[in-house]
Design a protein around this ligand. Sequence first.
Ligand code: NAD
Length: 578
Amino acid sequence: MSGREVLEAYRGRPIYSLIEKGYYRPWDPLRVSHIRGWDIHVKSGSWQVEGVLRMLFHVLDPEVAKDPANLIVYGGTGRAARGWEAFEAIVETLMEMSEDETLVVQSGKPVAVFKTRREAPRVVISNAVLVPKWADWEVFWDLERKGLTMFGQMTAGCWSYIGTQGILQGTYETFAFAAEQHFPEGSLEGRLVLTAGLGEMGGAQPLAVKMNGGVALVVEVDRRMIERRIRHGYLDTWTDSLDKALDMALTAKERREPISIGLLGNAAEVYNEILRQGVIPDVVTDQTPAHDPLSYVPLGLSVEEAEKLRVEDPERYKRMALESMREHVKAMVEFKRRGSVVFEYGNNIRKMAYEAGYRDAFEFPGFVQAYIRPMFEEGRGPFRYSSLTGNPKDIYRLDDEIIATFKDNRRLVRWVEKARQHVKFQGLPARVVWLGYGERARFGKIMNSLIRLGEIGPMWIGRDHLDSGSVASPYRETEGMLDGSDAIGDWPVLNALLNASAGATWVCFHHGGGVGIGYSLHAGFGLVLDGTKESEERAERVLTVDPGLGVVRHADAGYEKSKNIVCEKGIKTPMIKC
Ligand code: NAD
C-alpha cells in the first residue's frame, strides 16, 4: 500500500489526528516522532493523560529509541509496546479515556479500561512477569514467540526512558566514586578506562569518563553504534585498529588529556589481546548486553553473521555467546590480578561466565555494591524530568533552580553544569539529577509552582527502576546486602503498590530488567505535573513515599545511615526505635 492508501485506511479513527500532524506515520518504519507544543490531543483535555501519550511517543522517537521500527527502546530488546497493533490501541485508548479511568497494560498490550477515580493512576503496567519456577529466558522466549509477553527492560516498557542522558549521570557518578575511592587525585585525570558496548546505556560511558577527566577506550562490535555515538556527541573518535587505538589512548593518558576513543571489535577478543600486549588499564568494566545471550555478539562472528545465526540456530548462538563471555570475564579477572580496578557494570556477565564454567567469575564486584549503595542508603537515586511541551528552555530554567536550591551539594551542581555543556537532548528535552529523600518532594513542589506561575510548561517526573527501594536484583542493586536480603522480592512490589496509592500518573512493575529474566524484579512510575493544586499534592505524596521506601528498605537491612535518616526525618517505621 502507498502512504496515501495507508492514510485513508486510518481516516475516522482517533489516531488520525496524530497522523495528520506527522507524529505517527504507519507507512514509515520509523513511525513515531515525539509530540511538542501546547495542543492537547486527548479527549479528556487533561495533561495527566496527554503526558502519558507524550512519553510513549517520546520513547519511540528515532532520536531516542535504539530500534524504533521494532518498538525496541534500549537494553537488548527492551520494548515500549507488544506490537504496532497494541501501540495503536494504547494510543487510541488514551485519546478516548476519561480522567477517572485507569488503563491496564499487560506486557505491552492494553487489556482493559476500568472506572477508578481521578486520584488513581491513569495507567497501570506489568511487564514480563513470570511465575518464579518458570522465570528463565527459555520460557520467556517461548511465550514471547507465542505473542503472550514482552520484555520491558527497566524503563522502556514504563515509557520513562530519556535517552542516554538518563544513564549518563549514574555512569558519571560511578566513575567519580571509583576515582575517589582508588586514586589519590580523586579524578580520572591521566587514567585509562577500558570498557565495551556503545549501546543505549553503554553509550554514556565515553562521555562520563571524559567528564571525569579520563581517557576512555570503548570496544564496540557494531560500526553503526559507534557512528551513532559520534553523531550524538558522546564519543570523540574511533578506529578499527587496536594498535592505533592503544597508541592514541596511551599518548592521551601520558598528556593527561581527556578523550574518548571507540574501537571496532569484539570485547572478548580485544580485552585478551590488550592483556597479551601487556597494557594494564587503570579501570576495566563492560556494558555489552550480556544479560541476554541472544543479544551479546559471540567471538568470531560479524554483526551480520550474528544476526543470521540468531535466527537460524539460536541454541548454537547461545552456546557461542556464553563461551565468549567466559573468555571476556577471564580477561577482566586477569586485569584485576595485574592491578586494574575492575567492576561489573550491571549486565550479569559474571553470572554468565560462571554458568559457562569459569569458577573465578565473581572475583570482581558489581558497581552498586562497590560505589552506588551509599547513595541508596539515603534514598538518593536517578530522579528524571522532561518538558512535555518539548521546550529546552524549561530544562535550563530548572537547571538554575537546582543549582540555587541545592547549592551545597557540590557534586550535583558540578553535574548540572557539565550536563548543560555536554548533553544533547534526545526527543523531549530532559534532565536527570540524583536527589535523595526530602529533596525530591521539595524539588517537585518547586517545579509545580513554576508551572503554575507560567514560567515553565507541564512536566513529567519519573526515574530509573535502578533506585533505592524499587528493585530486587541480587547480582546488581541488591548484591551483598548487609542482612543477606539480596533476593527478597517484596520491596519492588510494595514500591509499585505504594506509588499507585500515592497517586502517580502511571505505575509499572517489571521482571528481568538490567540483568535478564529470572534475576530481577523492579518498579517505576510516571508523574505528570500541570501546575494544579492536585498535582502538587500528588508530587508531595509520590516523591516522599517512593524514596522513603528506599530508606526504610536499607534501614531494615541494618544500614546505620538509613536508620539515622528514618529517625531524623521522622519516617514512621514500627520496627526501628529512635
Ligand atoms: P544495547 O543492547 O543497547 O547495546 C549493547 C551494545 O553492545 C550494542 O551496541 C552491541 O553492538 C554491543 N555488543 C554486543 N556484543 C558485543 C561484544 N561481544 N563486543 C563488543 N560489543 C558488543 O544495551 P545497553 O542498553 O547499552 O545495555 C548494556 C548492558 O548494560 C545490558 O546488559 C543492560 O542490561 C545493562 N544495563 C546497565 C545499566 C546500568 O546502570 N549500568 C542499566 C541498565 C542496563
